[in-house]
Design a protein around this ligand. Structure first.
Ligand code: GUN
Ligand code: FE
Length: 446
């Protein structure tokens, strides 16, 4: 049987430029079944194809956010004006400990709805210690692409009792999740091992993560060198710089993604570069928590893959990739001059670099035949993007999430005319508000 086909006609295609960035070119996209079948001028589409006219729109591969916490979406606006360690100890950890399966589901649904409506089609996430199976259930229902893992927290000297697990139990839970969910939903869901950060884990846990990741061919996702206080704490505990310590335990390499990497010395940059470790840059979170500004141009100049992520609604406070792209380039321009991180390069970080960081390079992140059909239409016809002589400039400096017109996940349309088709938006909002209210009461955090 011929697979279901969609022809997206006459848009401005955002295509890879072969140098880490993108270029714009007018053309068409043919989706057949779950994959992109053709890209360019398509003169003979299958007769039965549904035709979508994309005039005035950019056509992009969906954005990939490589560091997000879906479980923290209900904490939006409830943990402002705090620095990382106080934010975690006084707000985030008590709130995570108060989650139930229902509140986690509401949080994940809210996140997925916001992500899809702003053009993100794949994520890497770190969840809390419990109920991560509920996040996978929501992701499976949504059709979204995700690499997710439960947070590992096993050091009783640094973790609250409410979240701390014995090392063996924490690792056994993570392996159970991996055995159940890795490769599920037709390969759309994968599992990562996610030690929360060096501060929350014992040496034994981190070394075991390195061995398990190798044996199971699983990715490792953690936070590193986000704030100065965290780096000082790791130095006091381990006698080493954060990335040196992780490398010593086997936690660097092409299968490892380190969120933040704001505070690095030269030796650490060398280690990241030599090992092919991915840096998951979160500029919105780094600004809001007052953590600092990651040395992105220095990392890129060393050939390190740098992708983007909104981190979480508890520290950003939105999951909108347009804001992340704009901030990523503007911060570096303020520091290093206006030619730093041009729009083309930032769009590459939001798409192709994200796919590399998730181990999905060659599978998504580019509009090319054979890739998963994760496709996004963005209107360039808002007042705020008029006139638009350079569409790449409009996408990075002007566009907002409300400019998203349509989104396809593996060929299935989940957003049309800016409306979510997947779930009732009002239902998602009502559920989130109710669950957040009850969760704050349980946590005793006003
Ligand atoms: N470091 C350890 N845990 C977290 C977290 O949940 N968010 C951020 N931004 N940094 C962390
Ligand atoms: Fe984070």
């Amino acid at each position: 049987m011929t697979p279901y086909a969609t022809l997206i006609r006459g848009g401005l295609l955002v295509l890879p430029d072969g140098a880490g960035g993108v270029r714009g070119e007018p053309g068409d996209i043919l989706i057949e079944g779950e994959r992109i079948a053709d890209v360019g001028r398509i003169s003979r589409p299958p007769a039965a194809a549904r035709v979508i006219y994309a005039g005035g729109c950019a056509v992009l591969p969906g954005f990939l956010q490589t560091h997000v916490h879906l479980c923290q979406t209900l904490f939006r606006g409830a943990a402002d004006e705090l620095s990382l360690l106080d934010w975690l100890r006084n707000r985030i950890w008590p709130l995570e400990a108060a989650h139930t399966p229902d509140s986690i589901r509401a949080s994940a649904r809210l996140a997925v709805a916001e992500l899809l409506l702003s053009g993100t089609t794949a994520v890497q996430t770190m969840e809390t210690v419990r109920h991560t199976e509920c996040v996978f259930e929501v992701l499976a229902e949504s059709g979204m692409f995700a690499v997710s893992g439960k947070a590992l927290m096993d050091d009783p000297t640094t973790c609250p009792e409410s979240l701390c697990q014995p090392t063996d139990a924490a690792l056994a839970d993570a392996v159970d999740l991996a055995e159940k969910w890795d490769g599920s939903a037709n390969g759309r869901l994968r599992v990562c091992l996610a030690p929360r950060f060096a501060v929350s884990c014992t040496d034994e846990c981190l070394s075991e993560v390195a061995s398990l990741a190798e044996a199971g061919n699983w990715r490792v996702h953690t936070h590193a060198s986000e704030s100065r206080d965290e780096v000082d704490l790791v130095q006091r505990r381990s006698g080493r710089r954060n990335v040196v310590y992780l490398d010593h335990l086997g936690l660097t390499g092409d299968h490892v993604g380190l969120a933040h990497c704001v505070w690095l010395d030269n030796e650490e940059v060398d280690l990241l570069s030599d090992s092919g470790t991915h840096v998951l840059h979160c500029p919105g979170s780094n600004c809001k928590l007052g953590s600092g500004i990651a040395p992105v141009p220095r990392l890129l100049s060393r050939g390190i893959n740098v992708s983007l992520g909104a981190d979480g609604a508890a520290c950003n406070n939105t999951l909108d990739m347009f804001r992340e792209m704009r901030l990523a380039t503007q911060l570096q321009k303020a520091l290093h001059g206006p030619q730093t991180l041009p729009a083309s390069r930032v769009l590459g970080m939001a798409t192709r670099a994200g796919a590399e960081a998730l181990g999905w390079g060659g599978q998504m992140g580019e509009l090319r035949p054979g890739r998963w059909a994760n496709v996004v239409l963005v209107s360039l016809q808002g007042l705020h993007t008029t006139p638009s002589p350079d569409p790449l400039s409009a996408l990075v400096y002007g566009c907002k999430s409300s400019d998203i017109r349509s989104v396809w996940l593996a060929g299935k349309q989940v957003v049309a005319e800016g409306q979510l088709l997947l779930w009732d938006e009002e239902d998602v909002r009502r559920d989130a508000n109710r669950e957040a209210h009850d969760l704050f009461e349980r946590a005793g955090v006003a």
